[in-house]
Design a binder for this molecule. Sequence first.
Ligand code: B12
Ligand code: SF4
Length: 648
Amino acid sequence: MLKRLHLYLIKPSQYDDDGYVVRHWRGVLPSNTLACLAGLTEDVLAQERLGKSWRVKVHLLDETVDRVPVKRICRSQRWGRKTIVCLVGVQTNQFPRAADLAREFRRAGLTVLIGGFHVSGYLALLPDIPQDIQQLMDEGVTIVKGEVEETWGDLLCDAVNGRLKPLYDFVGNKPDLYEKPLPAIRRKYLRKFVAPNFGTLDCGRGCPFECTFCTIINVQGRKMRYRSAEHIAQAVRRNFRENGITFYFFTDDNFARNKNWEAIFDVLIRLREKERIPLKFMMQVDVLSWKIKNFVTKARRAGCTNAFIGMESVDPGNLAAAGKKQNQVKEYSFLIRAYREAGISTHVGYIIGFPFDTAESVRRDVSYLMDQVRPDHASFFMLTPLPGSEDHLRMSRRGEWMHADFNRYDSHHAVTLHPSLKDGAWESSYLEAWKTFYSFDNMKAVLLRSPKSCYWNNFVRFIWYKNSIQTEGRHPMMCGFFRLKGRRNRRPGFPILSPWEYYRQRMKEIRTHFASMVRLLFEMEEVWLQTRRPGEAEQRLVGELAKIRAAYGRLRLADLQAAYIRAKSHFPSLHVPSKVHLFWAKWYPLLAPNKVHTRADLDSFWASVRKRWMERRWFRIPVHRVPFYLFRDAQLSLLFFFHMARAR
Ligand code: B12
Ligand code: SF4
């Protein structure tokens, strides 16, 4: 008789500071690890590695966007049915949540495995098995250390036959990726993300460098391994036809050191130029990548729109302390320029909390980054000794204090003591860096210098980043849109609130949330108004008018009209702008969309209404003008959304 196997691949989330599981209505970045294991599982099942007696149902759950139905999963194993739960891609900040889930599943008698960077890194460098991992193993959870491209079939066989060992160690035995199954992207999963045409793919793994804060080199190694270019092309073709995927995040930590980069770019160019697949992608590279012959130009032709660059600091002392010898600060601006000239947006990773950082130096360095290096985007991180990194190993050996709660190891919390940034100065410098970089003035400067092809790409990313930091209070890479919370989905040790208290708090949060989103949209609308591209003729005319005004001290509308009338004798079709024209253009954006350059008058009207309302001078509110301003505001917002939607 056929036995039923439920295989749950679950990517756990993290607890927030109030102990609620972090989940969003829509995510931004899908999990590549989940897709990798889905791809490997499909392959194992296609090869019938589990034999013919099992009917397997694979469930993919990403807790950052899905509610994990723990009770239902616990009940799913009964006579004739087996349930295996794999907690996948568990990072350090997700380990406490993963451990809680694992315990709950184990109590129901399910088979549970945990893998990912936390357990792999933790066990890779430390000589002994840490107590928390040992405890899980004692409770019957299987820990998998390292990559499983060559061993997933055997592991699943052991799991279905009840032969699992407490620990599997594959770190010393890194799989060759060349023709291994690729991540399987599922449309149903991607629908939970803002851009359902966005997929992930790792074209290679490993990195030759030796940064002391990095875990990758100690888990995936310093020797580069890569996938076959033709395999990648097949996957891209299939994903385009079956799932409509046209944008990829190539998750390689350092695509520039993937020895197969040129062959991969060549097939992508072929797909774009010959097979007309409208493919685009973003990739992660090092600061030396721009020097590799043809790398940047081929990347652009292959469809690269964003390069994430591990810059980490603009202070040479900090870089030396982090073992980041390859980063030469004086070359940063050339690097950014090379990508910008190719039409690729640059996004730098920047760490705060290196040994030489002080509140003052961070402020100075961030200004240097914005004004001299001038990347389009920056992601700030607080230096974190992740288990599996050289930093963590050194600190453990020296017995230095590190926060005991791994939930905080998300590079958004301070988990060690800093020599200079004390008493909250570290957190405030970190938050200030975000605020400064994503200030109105810097966003405006970035958009004004962005090539036309990068404008909307940069703009939409600003919305994502500002929304995460300002509205959601989370790191953008761990954030989605609109936070969801389950009342009972709370970390052990935190109280479960009464429904009344819980919903009262939630309503307050949701109100604040929406108010912040509306503020953000108005700010971005103004950024757009001030940065959208005027036509060349308009730019020239504005320049000339400015010069004339400077030379003669004034410029009247009557002068302009007279000049127009004279010009009309040469060009009879020229329209002479009247005061009425200008009035319409300024007040009715939909009638003259290019003539509105700021929402300053709208904002000052609403500010005066608000002020009078707060001061209870209600009779001073110009009620008759309110509908008119509301109408104008709605018109402008409509226009803004229309342009954004058209650009996407
Ligand atoms: C792409 C990526 C992201 C993406 C997407 C996340 C994703 N998981 O796809 C984004 C940008 C969102 C991201 C964000 C973050 N990331 Co990240 N990310 C990566 C990156 C570069 C690639 C991930 C990947 O696809 N790897 C390929 C897969 C196949 O490898 P894998 O996850 O190890 O899985 C293999 C094995 O571990 C094993 N395995 C995994 N799970 C399981 C489970 C079972 C049961 C079994 C048997 C086997 C198994 O099988 C897999 C196939 O071989 C990695 C570095 C890296 N090279 O992996 C960092 C990395 C995972 N990220 C890291 C960090 C710190 C973060 C952030 C906290 C940073 C931040 N502050 O924002 C956030 C956390 C976001 C979140 N909620 O997960 C760290 C994690 C280190 C740690 N110990 O915690 C890494 C290792 C990079 C680093 N700095 O050292 N990340
Ligand atoms: S360059 Fe990036 S991936 Fe490579 S070792 Fe340094 S931090 Fe790790």
